[in-house]
Design a protein around this ligand. Structure first.
Ligand code: LMR
Length: 439
């Protein structure tokens, strides 16, 4: 226990500067018993910082406090703080019991790929299927990775990927590891807690023609702040003029409004406007299939004749990276999407999850108001999706983690899915205390 709390204080003490220590490495460092006296080839391996999202989750798990709360990683919890397996998933798994464990083809399950493209692009893709290539991927991260490698290989040398400031912390890692330069475009106005639409347009205008713009389909991570449909239209006009390429990251379809079609607005708009574009889909959140790594990459080309060649190249990359994708998660998704009853059950469950999150947003805002916490906290309810970008500073976050054992990101991002009727007052007390006492 003592060792655990030493480790914990090492981890939390680095939060202020967002310098996270990899927890596993700390465990290793504490275990010197197995070292030999022989020299090692690996002395020069430097210690990497822990992941700013998953590293916080690890610190949470190591914390022995009975009061601890995890609002770090974007993963749905029920009102008892427990992970949920959807009923539609359980039923699909029941039907899949005993299904073959043979290898899939390199590009994955055809029905899954078709259903994924259909889910995202809906009627917009009617009659256009031959212009699209979809492959099964290791969830959203895998789709991004394959797509960005494709950009490095087949778009003009030096093509840069622009990601919003702020964005999901892994976007820039994926670009870096795929050998593609990445930059930021203005997105969030921290002072007024709203979209910096003018800044976003300015940066799109100033980027070299033909740049890739990584856009969040909906429920922007981490800010929970999306452009309106009208703003999406203006963005599409400008991107068309600049010949920019949309890469739409779709990790939360269904989570923003509870309506899959409404949440897909931006992807369908770009498609209908005739963009050549990329999209990465994840079923981690909307199906609760986090560890199953089910997702899809779609690339849309103007010319259907390119599609078989594009697919052949993507398959070469997948084969060299992980050979072929895993079966179970994609089979679950394909089973649910193909069966009208399971599909309807999924939509009901998706709405229940997104509604609970909306209720928790309101509950947190109410609890802060009851405590007269200074500041305008209405962004908690105007933001959408799994996260609220609270505006808490790094010292306030560190204070809350140390004193209250409530684990959130150093950026002040709180996963609203981790809040529930039992911990909401405790979290509101912690925020009130931090705002009053940790600047
Ligand atoms: C998150 O942002 O918390 C999730 O997307 C989980 C992850 O992989 O970072």
């Amino acid at each position: 226990m003592q060792q655990q709390s030493d480790i914990l204080s090492k981890v939390t003490s680095r939060l202020q500067n967002s310098l996270f220590i990899p927890f596993d490495t700390i465990m290793e460092n504490n275990n010197t018993a197995a070292s030999t006296n022989k020299p090692s080839l690996f002395e020069g391996v430097p210690l990497a910082p822990a992941d700013p999202i998953l590293g916080v989750s690890v610190a949470f798990k190591a914390d022995p406090s009975p009061n601890k709360v995890d609002v770090s990683v974007g993963a749905y919890r029920d009102d008892n703080g427990k992970p949920v397996v959807l009923k539609c998933v359980l039923e699909a798994e029941r039907r899949l019991l005993g299904a073959s464990k043979e290898y899939l083809t390199i590009d994955g399950i055809p029905e899954f790929n078709r259903a994924s493209a259909q889910l995202l692009y809906g009627d917009a893709m009617k009659g256009q299927e031959k212009r699209m290539v979809t492959v099964q991927s290791l969830s959203g991260t895998g789709a991004l990775r394959i797509g960005i490698i494709f950009i490095r290989k087949y778009l003009p040398a030096g093509t840069t990927v622009y990601a919003s400031r702020p964005t999901w912390t892994n976007h820039h890692n994926i670009c870096k590891e795929s050998g593609v330069p990445s930059k930021e475009y203005a997105y969030y106005d921290n002072k007024n807690n709203r979209l910096d639409f003018e800044g976003m347009l300015r940066d799109m205008e100033n980027a070299p023609n033909g740049s890739v713009f990584l856009l969040h389909l909906c429920a922007h991570n981490p800010t929970g702040c999306d452009p309106t449909n009208e703003q999406w239209g203006i963005i599409a006009d400008l991107m068309e003029k600049k010949k920019h390429i949309p890469f739409i990251d779709c990790a939360y379809q269904g989570y923003a409004s509870g309506d899959l079609d409404r949440d897909a607005y931006s992807a369908r708009l770009f498609f209908k406007r005739g963009f050549e574009m990329f999209s990465s889909q994840s079923y981690s959140k909307n199906f609760g299939l986090y560890g199953e790594r089910a997702g899809a990459l779609t690339i849309v080309s103007n010319n259907p004749e390119n599609v078989p060649k594009m697919l052949s190249q993507i398959k070469m990359d997948i084969r060299a990276m992980y050979s072929n994708p895993p079966t179970h998660g994609a089979r679950i998704v394909a089973t649910v999407l193909a069966d009208p009853e399971l599909h309807a059950l999924w939509i009901t469950e998706l709405k229940q999850m997104s509604n609970r999150i909306i209720q928790m947003r309101q509950a947190l805002l109410d609890a802060l108001r009851v405590r007269n916490v200074p500041g305008d906290w209405t962004h908690i309810t105007s933001q959408i999706g799994m996260f609220t970008y609270t505006g808490l500073t790094a010292p306030q976050v560190e204070f809350i983690i140390k004193k209250y054992h409530i684990y959130m990101l150093g950026s002040g991002r709180v996963s609203v899915a981790g809040l529930n009727t039992k911990n909401i007052n405790y979290v509101a007390d912690a925020i009130a205390d931090a705002v009053a006492n940790a600047k």
